[in-house]
Design a protein around this ligand. Sequence first.
Ligand SMILES: C[S@@+](CC[C@H](N)C(=O)[O-])C[C@H]1O[C@@H](n2cnc3c(N)ncnc32)[C@H](O)[C@@H]1O
Length: 267
Amino acid sequence: MLKPPHQKYETLYIYGFREGHPDLRNFDEEDLIGYWEEDGIGVLFFHKPKNELVEELIEKYNLILEIKDAVPYSQWNEKRVPQPFEVGPFKIAPFWYEGNWDIIFDPSVVFGEGRHPTTLLMLLASWDFYKEKGLPQSVLDLGCGSGILTLFWAKLSAKVKALDINPLCVRVTKRNLELNGLEGEVLEGDVRTFKDFSCELILANLYKGLLLELFQREEFFLGKAYLVSGFTIGMEEEIKEALKNTPLKLYKRYERENWVCYWLWRS
Ligand SMILES: C[S@@+](CC[C@H](N)C(=O)[O-])C[C@H]1O[C@@H](n2cnc3c(N)ncnc32)[C@H](O)[C@@H]1O
């Protein structure tokens, strides 16, 4: 996340360690952007090169360095430079853009700068849902990333809960709610072991394998409506086949640049 004296992201200095280390979660330093943990790797992101510091951390925590890289922020996130965009009634912008925005956010280095086709589909489907069905009592955002979907629903006044496996996503989402004066519960956790799916609307912009796992879990069907994305047209048959064994029925389908989003209802 951006914190003073840093005003913008320029080059990301990235150090990735096998398995990471729990103490790195609380590590702080003035040029630190954040600590990311996912899939057996822990990654420190800095605004400046930190070779000496990283050597010390390796020594202290017995770390194994697997990634060392310097990437311009403009090349990060599949080269989607965070920019203002509009969805439904809301003008949304990274907080460093001057202007009159309804939602501001720090995209940081996590997924969810807003214009990835799956994020946009989820946002557009969310607005479609709101127009057709009104405000759901509660919304659960599985894999919240930067929290962009959580912010959208919180701005519409829904009671929101967000979950992500990556501690940096949890921090960024909390910060983004604060930036907008919005409230919500943000939890760190794995959807594969998460149990409390009782919620009116469940958002799940994940990936095919994880969706297929969720479709096999009884608890997942505690929701009423579902917006799911993170799969391509080529993966749809597999998704549809898996849905046949669930109480979920396809209500609407959205597509953008080969990516698909489904609005599902529990029957
Ligand atoms: C495709 S991104 C979606 C981010 C945001 N919701 C959006 O729509 O832009 C998927 C998110 O799921 C998270 N994730 C991946 N596996 C997960 C798991 N097993 N449990 C919880 N979150 C997970 C990732 O850290 C990532 O932030």
